[in-house]
Design a protein around this ligand. Structure first.
Ligand SMILES: [Zn+2]
Length: 99
């Protein structure tokens, strides 16, 4: 294999590894490095890994696509009245806290 082919595989592995890691809510840097070291084969591992739920929730809240339930601390839709996880009425509780 020529040196150019190896470099191309290394860079492709690093970029796809980093992107896939980010998509799964995991560290971009670690998966960037793993992708480079394994020429992209780290992707196969990522496919079988579940998404990092805590990180995905954090991102959703930061982007306004979710809010955290005051009853169970799970991420729910921003306009949800009743939590889908624990059944807490989020509007009523918010009103009580304001009074
Ligand atoms: Zn809840």
């Amino acid at each position: 294999m020529s040196e150019q082919v190896i470099w191309t595989m290394l860079i492709n592995g690093a970029i796809t590894g980093g992107l896939a890691g980010w998509w799964k809510g995991r560290s971009r840097l670690i998966w960037f490095l793993l992708g480079a070291l394994t020429f992209g084969f780290a992707l196969l591992v990522l496919v079988f890994l579940s998404k990092n739920k805590e990180e995905m929730d954090k991102r959703a809240v930061a982007s306004g696509k979710a809010k955290i339930c005051i009853g169970c601390k799970e991420a729910i839709k921003p306009d949800a009245v009743v939590c889908k996880h624990c059944g807490t009425n989020t509007i009523a509780l918010q009103r009580e806290q304001m009074e």
